[in-house]
Ligand binder design. Structure first.
Ligand code: ADP
Ligand code: MG
Length: 225
């Protein structure tokens, strides 16, 4: 039996108290298997970012159970959570505007590998090739388009060979065609590498590339009809 890359079991996160209490996650359960690319859609304020923060070992839930790559992470100390992130999780952000500006594409990946202290089975050159950026390996971020920067951001997130890829609004800064290309690339990489992907998005156009689409409303997750 395969070990799920991510298990959330009846996870609850609240902010504030009394009349102002907000249930950002109100009993969320989710299992994502290796090689599966899942989309989570939902309106602003519905809890999507909180879901990614919990799955990414960045926020500890008030209650419920979280396991990443077979390891139960609820109850771990901060240093252990940081290790879980390094060993198992890759993050892709909204616009990859956070790439260090002085570094060429190839060196962005090298820096990420050094910070992580680990490397997946693909070399940096293989990763650049996989995201269609081999011909831009010596370019710095300023010389790249938004879509190209996002490709580097995806390659960087895969450097450590993660089990789980967490993706927050990856198409927010892209035109339609680039958006499709980037999400298709994410799906392809998850399938090919056996990585479990969870992508939060409000871009309903791109969810056709996903294996499963879930909907978040007021902190509750359900299958999208
Ligand atoms: P989404 O990403 O879907 O827009 P969030 O997960 O960011 O939703 O937020 C869910 C709810 O939790 C919202 O009502 C938001 O205002 C609230 N919330 C999120 N983070 C905090 C925080 N650090 N402090 C207080 N309330 C928060
Ligand atoms: Mg959000």
């Amino acid at each position: 039996m395969t070990t799920p890359a991510l298990i959330l079991d009846d996870v609850r996160v609240s902010y504030g108290d009394g009349d102002s209490e907000v249930h950002a996650l109100d009993g969320v359960s989710l299992t994502v298997n290796p090689g599966e690319f899942v989309a989570v859609v939902g309106p602003s304020g519905s809890g999507k970012s909180t879901l990614l923060a919990v799955a990414g070992a960045l926020t500890t839930p008030d209650s419920g159970r979280v396991a990443v790559a077979g390891e139960k992470i609820t109850g771990l100390a901060d240093a252990e959570l940081a290790r879980v992130r390094r060993e198992h999780i890759g993050f892709v952000f909204q616009s990859s505007g956070n790439l260090p500006s002085a570094l060429r594409a190839r060196d962005q990946l090298e820096l990420a590998a050094r910070i992580l202290g680990r490397r997946g089975r693909r070399s940096n050159d293989e990763l650049l090739e996989a995201v269609g950026m081999a011909h831009r390996a010596s370019h710095r971020p300023a010389a790249l388009s938004g879509g190209e920067r996002q490709r580097i951001g995806i390659a960087r997130a895969l450097v450590g060979g993660p089990d789980l890829l967490l993706v927050d609004e990856p198409t927010a800064a892209l035109d339609r065609q680039r958006a499709h290309e980037i999400v298709a690339l994410l799906a392809e990489e998850c399938h090919e590498l056996g990585v479990a992907g969870v992508m939060v998005t409000h871009d309903l156009e791109v969810i056709a590339h996903c294996d499963r689409v879930l909907q978040m409303v007021d902190g509750r997750l359900s299958a999208r009809d």
